[in-house]
Design a protein around this ligand. Structure first.
Ligand SMILES: Nc1ncnc2c1ncn2[C@@H]1O[C@H](COP(=O)(O)OP(=O)(O)OP(=O)(O)O)[C@@H](O)[C@H]1O
Ligand SMILES: [Mg+2]
Length: 315
């Protein structure tokens, strides 16, 4: 296991096409394909921390690969290979830097929605429900408590904000007007099916999948027109809330395998979402995690991986 975190990839012979909060995405010699590399960067409240979590990118990649395989019959995905030997020639030289954290994917036009599915009432959904009895404007029965299982999983898309902006919860009507009703309907059906299959499986491994965010994309279809596919990472602790099923108790927050632990630490040290953090930079840019917080976060990500994939999983 690595003891240093990979914060930035340096694949100097390739063209970097985007640098997200976690992933460095490169063009390849094949115009239809992208190289998708998960670094060890970690963000909380949409802010990237200055230090990273060693191996986190590998854990996220392993979890995504596991789910791409398991859910591939529900909808086609962007995944092609994670084996560097099968990647384009110019990529192979970077094997030692990217092995275990890279995927070759189909380049898609990303649909500008965060396709969130919620099976349980928590996070921003719970916050809205407490105020107005709704989640993304959808009315829910009265009397639900925090972390309660919803009568059925809800598709609650949000906007996909430009870099540096925060995503915004919107109503289904508004989401449909952004992408068109047809595409909206297809995405909502696929997202609910994916969530349901994943949540059912997770439960057999002792995990509740409280909610998750999918991203979808469009690629040219062989028959003309466009084909809808699943893109991005899939059902990782960065994009999902996993709770231990054992000890689940509605009526309050649940222990989780996601970034809640880091968020709680940030809040306790004076980080305020939307506030300047003083001379160190804007909105937490420049925040450094203590070693114990790096370790605690790392353990939680590993634990989620082991529970899902099996105790003997290796990176
Ligand atoms: N198949 C694909 N084709 C093109 N772009 C993709 C594909 N899959 C995912 N992406 C995009 O690649 C980026 C992945 O990087 P990362 O997850 O680090 O970004 P992020 O910070 O979460 O999101 P963003 O940069 O959009 O704010 C995302 O912007 C995602 O929408
Ligand atoms: Mg992302």
């Amino acid at each position: 296991m690595a003891d240093t975190a990979l914060i930035n990839t340096e694949l100097t012979a390739l063209t970097l096409v985007s640098k997200g909060k976690v992933r460095d995405v490169y063009a390849t010699s094949s115009p239809e394909h992208l190289l998708f590399v998960a670094t060890d960067r970690i963000s909380a409240y949409d802010v990237i921390l200055r230090n990273g979590v060693p191996d986190k990118g590998k854990v996220l990649t392993k979890i995504s690969l596991f789910w791409f395989e398991k859910l591939k019959d529900i909808i086609p995905t962007h995944f092609i290979t994670a084996n560097v030997d099968e990647m384009p020639e110019e990529v192979k030289q970077y094997g030692s830097q990217i092995e275990g954290r890279a995927m070759l994917v189909k380049k898609a036009k990303v649909v500008p929605l965060e396709a969130i599915v919620r099976g349980y009432l928590t996070g921003s959904g719970w916050a809205e429900y407490k105020k107005s009895g709704t989640v993304h404007g959808i009315p829910l029965p009265a009397g639900l408590v925090e972390s309660q299982k919803l009568p059925q999983p809800l598709f609650t898309p949000s906007t996909k904000a430009e870099q540096g902006q925060h995503d915004e919860n919107i109503s289904p009507q508004r989401a449909a007007s952004i992408v068109g009703q047809d595409l909206y309907d297809k995405i909502s059906v696929a997202a609910i099916k994916l969530y349901q299959a994943a949540a059912d499986y997770a439960l057999t491994r002792g995990l509740i999948l409280a909610d998750t965010k999918f991203e979808f994309g469009l690629i040219p279809s062989p028959s003309g027109g466009e084909e809808l596919i699943l893109v991005d990472e899939l059902l990782t602790p960065d994009s999902s809330r996993y709770w231990p099923a054992e000890g689940y108790k509605p009526g309050g927050t649940q222990p989780s395998f996601d970034k809640q632990y880091l968020r709680d630490w940030l809040t306790s040290t004076g980080f305020r979402k939307g506030f300047e953090s003083g001379p160190e930079g804007k909105e937490g840019e420049g925040w450094v995690m203590e070693t114990s917080v790096v370790e605690g976060t790392r353990e939680r990500y590993f634990e989620a991986l082991k529970m899902l994939v099996g105790e003997d999983v290796t990176l």
